[in-house]
Design a protein around this ligand. Structure first.
Ligand SMILES: Cc1ncc(COP(=O)(O)O)c(C=O)c1O
Length: 407
């Protein structure tokens, strides 16, 4: 008989098996080992103090009983987002905003707006790994362009330009980047805009970490100033208010009048097809934005304390095992350079009970780079960093060559 088993799209033909690293973590947890997890980046699981009443009460606004959908999102919510940008010295027209259920959904809308199947989007490398999935499920191909490190992270413009093809539709910039913390300065912004103008590309700027600059750094929103090319700025509640579970994000659109209204009209049809925003969250958004300082203050303090902890580990331990945090401008994570090549995240887990992300998880080729979350509770973070320092001291690279544990 003919095989009639169900067939699925090739775009969903992922390797769904557990990675070796995930398996090792699961096994260590099952064995009840004392593990320190330096990858936790969910703000609701990091011991911050949330104002429960202020966050939850607006969700029971009786206006939510009326279903009156607006594909761009409720006007009152969009005005609150425009006020958020005013606090960043940027003028945003509430009518140029489309609310989405997350920044991730915002990417999905933009890929649909800009790309046909097989078209390409340029994305920085290292960068946030979710992009690959977001692009794949829209049949879009990601083309990485390198960030290089030289006393700070920089866009490699020569490479970026080389990777523009007839199929390229947009350049994505994460400002500041996750995990490198690279903020895009004015000179880089101008170069990006020039490239977009020359090749007819849109600029997509993900600013979810904009409100988390490191001390003495100032990060300017791409919503500021004039916009010579079609520019989309994405952000949302996940990081601005530490509320990823509330599922609110947005796309702010900037361009000359013709492109802007064309883009918005098309985006509106995409949004209208799903009408994915729920009423309670939209009604609550102005209050959540107004209350953001409380959580942002706690996160900024924590990031700063954990960065100090990393620096003290590097200095105290001396040049033979100094752990170096790579220079960055902001965000919730830090890329660390470990002193000895060959000390893998598998060794850190198996021998020292500390979980970190390998740089390769974010597309970094250098095996001695690891990534830690800076919003982990400071006491836990300090124990984790001490374990990493200890591992760097005692690690014998010859031993690693005899094992298969470099995951
Ligand atoms: C750079 C970046 N963009 C977007 C997101 C996802 O945000 P959202 O929860 O709004 O989809 C994340 C999540 O960590 C992120 O790091």
């Amino acid at each position: 008989m003919e095989d009639v088993s169900q067939r699925f799209s090739s775009r969903t033909g992922w390797d769904l098996g557990e990675s070796a690293f995930a398996k090792a973590i699961r096994r260590a947890r099952a064995e009840g080992r004392d593990l320190i997890d330096l990858t936790v980046s969910n703000p609701t699981a990091c011991g911050f103090e949330y104002d429960a009443e202020a966050i939850l009460a607006p969700l029971s606004d009786p206006h939510a009983l009326l279903y009156d959908p607006d594909p761009r999102g409720m006007r009152s919510a969009r005005e609150a987002v425009a006020d958020y940008y005013a606090s960043h010295d940027a003028q945003v027209d509430p009518d140029a905003l489309i609310l989405t259920t997350s920044t991730s959904e915002g990417y999905g809308y933009l890929f649909r707006l800009l790309c046909d199947a097989g078209d390409e989007i340029l994305v920085a490398q290292p960068s946030y790994p979710l992009f690959e999935f977001l692009a794949e499920i829209e049949d879009v191909r990601l083309q990485p362009y390198p960030l290089f490190y030289d006393f700070g992270w920089w866009i490699d413009f020569a490479e970026l330009k080389r990777r523009i093809s007839k199929k390229t539709r947009a350049i994505v910039v994460v400002h500041p980047n996750n995990p490198t913390g690279h903020g895009t300065g004015l000179a880089e912004r101008m170069q990006l805009e020039k490239l977009c103008q020359t090749y007819g590309l849109a600029l997509i700027v993900d600013e979810v970490f904009l409100d988390y600059p490191y001390r003495d750094v100032s990060l300017r929103s791409f919503a500021q100033g004039s916009h010579p090319v079609l520019t989309f700025v994405l952000s949302g509640m996940s990081k601005i208010a530490g509320l990823p579970q509330m599922k609110v994000g947005w796309i702010a659109t900037f361009a000359g009048e013709r492109d802007r209204s064309e883009a918005l009209a098309r985006l509106e049809v995409i949004a209208d097809t799903f009408l994915s925003m729920n009423a309670p969250a939209q009604l609550a958004l102005p209050g959540w934005l107004a209350g953001r300082a409380k959580i942002q203050r706690q996160i900024l303090e924590r990031v700063s304390a954990n960065l100090n902890e990393i620096r003290s580990c590097g200095i105290e331990s001396g040049p033979e095992s100094g752990i170096e945090p790579l220079e960055a401008d902001g965000g919730w994570s830090s890329v660390l350079r470990l002193p000895r090549i060959g000390l893998g995240t598998g060794d850190l887990l198996e021998k020292h009970g500390v979980i970190v992300h390998p740089g390769s998880f974010y597309g970094m080729a250098e095996s001695e780079r690891i990534v830690v979350s800076l919003i982990v509770e400071p006491k836990i973070f300090a124990v984790g960093m001490r374990r990493i320092r200890e591992a760097s001291r005692v690690f014998d690279p010859r031993e690693a060559m005899d094992t298969t544990k470099t995951l």
